[in-house]
Design a protein around this ligand. Structure first.
Ligand SMILES: [Zn+2]
Length: 184
């Protein structure tokens, strides 16, 4: 795959009002040619993590796609108890959705839905994909998010964040795992 340099922030023209699910479908369709977000499973680039974040009304949605290499440190079947324990811990983390996303406390967000199916390890590439829906009592206080998942993932060289907020759509590439992403 060619790796053209990408601008740090890319604004994507598009409609401004639609449901969260439609927003994310649109994000996939409007991704730049050759973007990893469109890759079929098994064609990911190690070190690259994709995050889709959409805010509409009280609903905040996070989708994360990470190579198992970034979640576990390996993609093959676990070989010993230590590796089996690592798989169990990461599966539990993705299933719970805990510590994936940081938001202002004043926004009163709580996780209401977590979707995760553990990847099949052992035959080539494997991805950890999680989908998390938050209900926020005071969405007007949602000035930013922090991707806490990046603190736990390992060997992340680039995190591409596709954002849809009431302010519009844009794409940011995070290189600092502590970066705060404005939702304004
Ligand atoms: Zn891989």
């Amino acid at each position: 795959m060619s790796r053209h340099p990408r601008p740090h922030i890319r604004r994507i023209p598009g409609p401004r009002s639609f449901g969260v699910a439609a927003a994310l479908a649109l994000l996939s369709m409007t991704a730049p040619a050759g973007a990893d977000v469109l890759d079929a499973p098994g064609k990911h680039v190690h070190g690259e993590v994709t995050l889709n974040i959409a805010l509409e009304g009280r609903k905040l949605l996070l989708e994360i796609e990470a190579p198992a290499d970034q979640a576990l440190g390996f993609e093959r079947s676990p070989r010993d108890d230590l590796e089996r324990a690592a798989v169990k811990a990461v599966d539990e983390w993705f299933r719970s959705g805990r510590s994936m996303l940081g938001v202002p406390r004043a926004a009163g967000c709580r996780l209401v839905e977590a979707k995760f199916t553990p990847p099949k390890l052992g035959s080539g590439h494997a991805d950890y994909n999680g989908r998390y829906l938050f209900d926020c009592a005071s969405p007007e206080a949602l000035e930013w998010v922090e991707v806490w998942a990046l603190r736990r993932l390992q060997g992340v060289e680039e995190a591409v964040v596709n954002l849809i907020t009431p302010a519009g759509q844009r794409q940011e590439t995070l290189r600092d795992r502590a970066a705060r992403i404005s939702l304004r």
